[in-house]
Structures are given as C-alpha cells and as structure tokens.
Design a protein around this ligand. Structure first.
Ligand SMILES: O=C(O)c1ccccc1NCC(=O)[C@H](O)[C@H](O)COP(=O)(O)O
Length: 217
C-alpha cells in the first residue's frame, strides 16, 4: 500500500493544467461531464486530454445521473480508468453501471450531518471507492465542486472497508488539517486550486500537492 497521500485533481480542462497535475504528482485526474458545471469538458477535448495521461495516473470521468446511452458514448470516446457517479444514483444503479461498463466506480456521498453517514455503508457494498464529499446546499446548481467543506469531525477516526477519498472545500491551506483530523489517505480538490470557477491554476495545484506530501507515512 502506497505511503503517500493520493491526490485527485478534479475538473481539469486544459492540456497545461493537466500536465501540471501529472507532473506535480496527482494520482487521479478528473474530467467533468456535466453541462451546468464551469468545468464541463466536451468529449472530443476530453479524449485528447485523456490520451495524454501516462500510465499510473487514474483518469476519472465524473457524471451526474447519466443514462446508459450517455455512458456508452462517453466510454467509447474517452479512454478512462474510473467512473465517478456524483448524482442520486442508488446502490442498485451503481452496481448496474459497474457490471455493465466494467470500469471501477467511485460513488460520491454528500455529508453534512451525522444522519448522512449510513449511506456511506450502503454504497460500500457496491462501489470500488467512495468519495466523501460535502453535501451541496439545498438549491445549489452543482451537486459537487462547490468549494464547501463539511465538519471533518463527523468522520474523524472512522474506517471503511473500501478505499475512500475526502473532498469538499479543500485548499492548500487546509488540506493538512483535514488529513490530520480524518486520517484520509486520499483527497480530492477542484475549486481550491482554481483562480476562477473552472479555471485551474498550476501554481495552486503544485502548492496543494506539496502540502499533502508532508503527510506521507
Ligand atoms: O466540479 C464540478 O464542477 C462538479 C460538477 C457536478 C458534480 C460534481 C462536481 N465535482 C465533483 C468533485 O469530485 C469535486 O472535486 C468535489 O465535489 C470537491 O469539489 P471542491 O469542493 O470544489 O473541491
């Protein structure tokens, strides 16, 4: 098992910032396929970007309640290593997607209160990984990528049987505290390494990755 913190940089949409994420040590790179998102990337561009990602870096497609036709076209067009399901997909749908498309699946689960935690157990029965993310505000446009953190004390010391990733409002300045408080060995960031919504910043990506390196064990 790797001793480093594994970092996912999500919502990449340019060759320059993708190359920076890879160069500075990201273990996962995420491409958003959700039209309302400022990080949404068109399939032809995503195919070109993904083709440039070296072996060993996990190419993650992020979708929200996508149907099978959409997923079929996505997977036929873009070379991918993992699907991240960030909508209201229930455990049965997660299992169905995993079986039908044959790719590892990471299911995002929104956390705001203690009452949100049981869902983490339900999804761990069917997903390969769990993304423990901040629950979006009731009227949020986006189900994720909102730059909002949840109370990390809610999951402090908890351990789950499948690999999990901490997300939500992480920045170069708070990721160390988040890792120390939760024991996370994988973290995910989007807004926290942007100069504007959807505009990734290579310098902030570098700083974020450097901030996690202090927590290798
Ligand atoms: O990032 C988006 O625009 C997005 C849009 C729709 C659904 C999910 C989205 N992002 C999911 C992610 O995995 C984000 O990295 C995660 O929610 C953390 O985002 P942030 O709080 O901005 O770091």
């Amino acid at each position: 098992m790797s001793r480093d913190i594994h970092v996912k940089i999500c919502g990449l949409s340019t060759a320059e910032t993708l190359a920076s994420a890879v160069a500075f040590g990201a273990r996962y790179v995420g491409f958003v396929f959700f039209a309302k998102s400022p990080r949404n990337v068109a399939l032809p561009l995503a195919a070109t970007l993904a083709a440039s990602v070296p072996e060993g870096v996990c190419k993650v497609a992020l979708t929200v309640n996508a149907d099978d036709v959409t997923l079929d076209h996505l997977i036929d067009t873009v070379p991918l290593d993992m699907l991240q399901l960030h909508g209201a997909e229930d455990p049965d749908r997660v299992a169905q997607i995993r079986t039908r498309f044959g790719l590892p699946v990471m299911k995002a689960v929104g956390v705001a209160h203690e009452s949100d935690l049981p869902a983490l157990l339900d999804y761990q029965q069917v997903a390969d990984q769990i993304l423990v993310d901040a629950k979006p505000p009731r009227h949020a446009e986006l189900p994720g990528g909102n730059g909002l953190a949840f109370d990390w004390r809610l999951i402090a010391g908890r351990r789950w049987p499948v690999p999990w990733m901490l997300a939500g409002g992480l920045t170069p300045n708070n990721v160390g505290e988040a890792i120390a408080m939760t024991g996370a060995r994988q973290v995910d960031v989007s807004s926290g390494v942007e100069s504007a919504p959807g505009v990734k910043d290579s310098s902030q990506i570098r700083t974020f990755l450097a901030a996690t390196s202090a927590y290798a064990i």
